[in-house]
Design a protein around this ligand. Structure first.
Ligand code: PLP
Length: 371
């Protein structure tokens, strides 16, 4: 902060951005070694979509279509809305969206998350739809975009098995379309590994990051890409550059915070904290199974730092249940904000076991009262 508050990031660079790019590249074992900065998750996704589209136009191919998953949420700007699920959030703007093929929303009981053979039966419709679209439209499609393993805001905390993610990566790479893994929410350990994509052993081509990147201290985002993607823009032809930039792109203070956050993440071994969080979620959820409220619950699930209680009641995003729940929880001193009939716990990694227990105890009481 004392050295520089901001500098335009066009034709110029600065030390914090360069250092951060090197560190972010390391987090992917240098598989995604190129970094493009922006300000929030939605802009990181816009950059990813533009990158994927121009990757092909720079090679003389016009591919105006994308693929995404049913139940997806990628942000509130136009590109992000176009590839998001068609629901309450974005209905008013649908006429303006570009062409995106939506696969069925993955639906697999959480108990089969790691049981590849059984999971495959449930996720088969998604794979079948993907293969069908690729058979017909392969040369028109730039990329598939997805939230790896965990669909948040629109999917209502739907986990899908790693085998599906791996199959999608394999099929799309084979078909020559790019894979955009939107790790805006899942990145930085949320699901137990640093990136959710690491459950597959494969890397995407493009990866938007935000949320945890600057640890909540500043709005900040990055879109990581492979060397192959970068090389399709690296040209003496200026029109081949990705001509996208925001006033605050690569804000030095944002970069410095992100660097400090990464250092703490490694020094304080945050992945082992996430492992403890997963153990506590499991313990609290096991206890719920012995209680009377269990009969009101459709499914309990948890992965890494995220715990979920899905209720049997029917409630949409726009109904009152979630709002009433939140008010009651706040009155009891905790912030829990359900999505429709799904109560999710996505705490900061510094939460301790007693605090998490309080969150569960308060939530159980409210379920007893109003669900
Ligand atoms: C997976 C994912 N992508 C993109 C976004 C959009 O991020 P932002 O709200 O910072 O624009 C979100 C936000 O919830 C998200 O969960």
């Amino acid at each position: 902060m004392n050295k520089i508050e901001h500098s335009i990031y066009a034709g110029l660079a600065h030390a914090p951005a360069i250092e951060l790019s090197e560190k972010l590249s390391e987090t992917t074992d240098h598989n995604l070694n190129r970094v493009f900065y922006s300000d929030n998750g939605s802009t990181a996704v816009e950059v990813a979509l533009k990158m994927a589209y121009q990757y092909f136009t720079n090679q003389g191919q016009k591919r105006t279509e994308f693929i995404s998953l049913g139940g997806a949420y990628h942000g509130d700007t136009f590109g992000a809305m176009s590839v998001g699920s068609r629901g309450d959030f974005h209905k008013a703007f649908e006429a303006l969206f570009f062409n995106c093929h939506q696969l069925p929303k993955p639906s697999c009981p959480f108990e089969y998350f790691n049981d590849e053979k059984t999971a495959l039966k449930y996720i088969h419709p998604v794979i079948e739809a993907l293969e069908r679209i690729l058979r017909k439209r392969k040369k028109k499609i730039s990329a598939i975009i997805l939230e790896p393993l965990l669909q948040g805001a629109a999917g209502a905390f739907n986990f899908y098995p790693p085998v599906l993610l791996r199959k999608i990566y394999e099929i799309c790479k084979d078909a020559g379309i790019l894979v955009i893994a939107d790790e805006v929410f899942t990145g930085y350990g949320r699901t137990g590994k640093f990136y959710a994509s690491q459950f597959t052993g494969l890397w995407p081509d493009i990866m938007p990051l935000s949320k945890a990147l600057a640890a909540g201290y500043l709005p900040f985002a990055a879109t990581l890409a492979t060397e192959d993607v970068y090389q399709k823009f690296y040209s003496d032809e200026r029109s081949h550059a990705l001509l996208h930039g925001h006033s605050m792109t690569a804000n030095p203070l944002g970069c410095a915070v992100a660097l400090a956050s990464l250092e703490l993440f490694q020094k304080d071994q945050f992945l082992s904290k996430v492992a403890s969080l997963e153990t506590w979620h499991k313990q609290f959820q096991e206890k719920i199974k012995t209680k009377a409220i269990f009969k009101k619950i459709k499914e309990l699930r948890c992965l890494g730092s995220v715990g979920v209680i899905e209720l049997k009641i029917k409630s949409s995003y726009t109904e009152d249940f979630a709002w009433s729940f939140m008010q009651k929880a706040m009155a009891a001193g905790v912030l829990v904000r359900p999505l429709a009939n799904v109560i999710y716990f996505c705490p900061p990694y510094c939460i301790n076991q007693d605090e998490l227990e309080k969150v569960y105890t308060v939530s159980e009481k409210i379920i007893e009262e109003i669900a």
